[in-house]
Design a protein. Structure first.
Length: 324
């Protein structure tokens, strides 16, 4: 077997988990993809000198982590509107977009990009729980090295000694950084989250889609929790509370039935949908589905994300579906 074939045989199996690592670090599916490419390029260049003192996996993680840290030296953290300020509680008006270039926005991640083998249940659980939007958004608030330590130790269960080796530091420094990261990281998700494959989660997604497609505020009220939040990039404003969320949508977003169309999918291990407005791609919406309803709606208004998720940039307009 030639060196290129041997390199591929040794390393390709780790591509999906390295993509997940890079996404957790930088909060962008597109950037993560580029960083994984850079990781494999650097690994290929130094493969002949790999001495096997660590596992191939640890070696690749060291390269990928440091590629991410280098990239983050020159980039601001990616945010959601709720990470910038409290909810908007002023007079009624359309939400205000951020000044172009002022904020780098978090991006959703297609589940299909990182899904591990179904025959590894433990890996499936870790992969799903560690890419949920609330956790990814909270990770972006940490300094990059604390972020790396938390991901390596808490998410990926690397020992402190291996984490220190990956980061080129001491175990004492790793333990200190982990303690600081834990104290900073917010409590992120309620215990009653539903998996996107759960019938209750799918029913909530279907209800949300039907309500939007039919501009039906009454149906939307049935699927949102009383404490639901609504945010959309690239807008700085976000809403808290079902009443304010529905009022904003009725006043400034809903249009004639059929203007909005959705194609169900999953993102960040949550129910999601590709969004179309008058037949043209608009973005991706991600829902946080709980046993008591939808607690959070995040829409990423970026048409290129629709094609990233594998959907067309335009679809034929159709009549909205009826809700059972």
């Amino acid at each position: 077997m030639g060196s290129d074939e041997q390199f591929a045989a040794d390393t390709e199996r780790y591509r999906r988990e390295l993509l997940a690592l890079c996404y957790r670090m930088v909060g962008s599916a597109h950037d993560a993809e580029d960083l994984v490419q850079e990781t494999y390029l650097r690994a290929w260049r130094s493969y002949a000198g790999f001495e096997g003192r660590a596992s191939i996996r640890s070696w690749l993680y060291k390269i990928a982590t440091n590629v991410c840290l280098t990239a983050l030296d020159s980039r601001q953290g990616r945010m959601l509107p709720s990470g910038l300020a409290g909810p908007y509680d002023g007079p009624d008006r359309p939400p205000l977009p951020a000044v172009p270039g002022e904020v780098s926005w978090l991006e959703p991640l297609p589940d299909s990009w990182i899904a591990p083998a179904a025959d590894d249940p433990a890996a499936v659980v870790v992969a799903r729980e560690s890419v949920r939007l609330a956790l990814i958004a909270s990770l972006q608030l940490l300094p990059p090295r604390q972020r790396a330590v938390l991901i390596l130790r808490e998410v990926l269960a690397f020992p402190a000694t291996d984490t220190a080796e990956i980061l080129g530091t001491t175990t004492a420094a790793v333990k200190s950084a982990l303690q600081r990261a834990r104290s900073t990281l917010d409590e992120v998700e309620p215990d009653e989250l539903l998996e996107p494959t759960d019938q209750r989660a799918r029913a909530l997604l279907d209800g949300y889609i039907t309500a939007f497609e039919r501009s039906d505020a009454n149906l939307l009220e049935q699927v949102l929790r009383a404490d639901a939040t609504l945010e959309a990039t690239p807008f700085r404003d976000w809403q808290s509370g079902k009443t304010r969320c529905i009022h904003l949508l009725e006043a400034h977003v809903f249009g004639p039935p059929g203007d909005w169309q959705f194609i169900p999918t999953t993102a960040n291990a949550q129910p999601a949908a590709a969004v179309y407005h008058r037949g043209q791609a608009s973005g991706i919406v991600v829902l946080t589905a709980t046993t008591t309803g939808i607690s959070r709606v995040v829409e990423f208004q970026n048409p290129t994300l629709v094609t990233t998720f594998g959907f067309p940039s335009g679809i034929e307009k159709r009549e909205p579906t009826a809700h059972p």
